[in-house]
Design a protein around this ligand. Sequence first.
Ligand code: IMO
Ligand code: MG
Length: 435
Amino acid sequence: MANIAHNGISQNGSSQAKRPKMGDNFVTVVLGTQWGDEGKGKVVDMLAVDADVVCRCQGGNNAGHTVVVGDKRYAFHMLPSGIVHTKCVAVIGNGCVVHIEQLLEELKNAEEVGLERWQERLLISNRAHIVFDLHQHVDGMQETGRGKDLIGTTKKGIGPAYSSKATRSGLRMGDLIGDFDVFSERFQKLVDYYKKHYEGLEVDVNKELNIYKNLAEKIRPLICDTIPYLNKAIQSGKTVMVEGAQSNVLDIDFGLYPYVTSSNCSVGGVCTGLGIPPHVIGNIYGVVKAYLTRVGSGGFPTELNCEKGEKLVNRGHEYGVTTGRKRRVGWLDMVMLRYSHMINGFTALAITKLDILDTFEEIKIGVAYQLDGQKVVDSFPATDEKLQKVEVEYLTLPGWNTNTEDVRSFDDLPEKAQEYVLKIQELAGVPGKIF
Ligand code: IMO
Ligand code: MG
């Protein structure tokens, strides 16, 4: 089973991983359960073989999803990974924020790798907000201003673009392809606002507007009202998938605020980011990396700042696809995973990168926190100060010391690796569906 690199095995103890039955008017959703970079792109790619439509519902090009198809290696940031399948329509929903030039650049790079006929298969919501260069500059300026308390954003302008959306001063795709005079006027206002509040911010408005006039014509054929398109697709029995970006613990509401991204990356974001009703959602796959990584600042209770951590970084190539930053690494955290499950109601877990643990003598799983003399198992601290204070209770399991790189079915895993997978499912309390 190709493309679920590094043993993306999702099992409940049964044999060869099977694809779920999609269709039946149910939308399949793939979400991150941890701190992002769980391998969502790979899982989506595997499922998308059967999909007619794959959507992104939130976030922007802060995501980094690597998809390997044969000898082709794609690095997607804004594009739904399912676009690699030529029968698949890719939708960028209203909940996303899009930097148009960088999207076109991503498409060009993907074309060089081998992406075909995307012009006929990419739809962008007329309600999706535009990320301007000024949003990216401001993202950098805000980070600098935070000093030692920096969030560690990807500097893709995500926070500022969603701020503009929330303050109702943002501009959307539909505005760009509408009356350009109105667009220009509102852009000028946006620039004025930011220049007033961010000293030293330089924007050449005329130059920018010329660029956007050109971009409008390039992007016009891709922009439409994706809401009726998607709802009709679902009603007519097409198989529709949603590819989450970021993760539950980076969610603006449920994540470890302020060390979060600026969108709802949990299941609610699927409805608000695409304009589809909740009852059409079917399977919700929670993607779990067999250990834990995060980029950016904030507490990390199971973090490994030692040789074992280095080993995880090296074996797992834990460097960001978007920023190239070395990721922080640690053991799996079941308190976090149960919290993710409570919010998202996963119908199955997809466990990825199990083989990275192949050479560990012992493997630990964080099963509970101790906080202020209390045991925490079924909630997650709301503040970083609290998370920094927790002590982790671990369960230690023996390693399997066997190369499982090419194993693609649960039955072929060494017994101890099977035990690890089963333990995760048991502790997470997620029903054991498989794919
Ligand atoms: P995928 O989809 C991991 C993190 C950033 C930072 C915080 C806010 O590849 O899993 P932002 O630029 O969004 O304002 O940064 O969120 N972050 C991610 N971490 N994977 C991602 O995406 C991320 N997208 C944002 O590092 O801590
Ligand atoms: Mg990533």
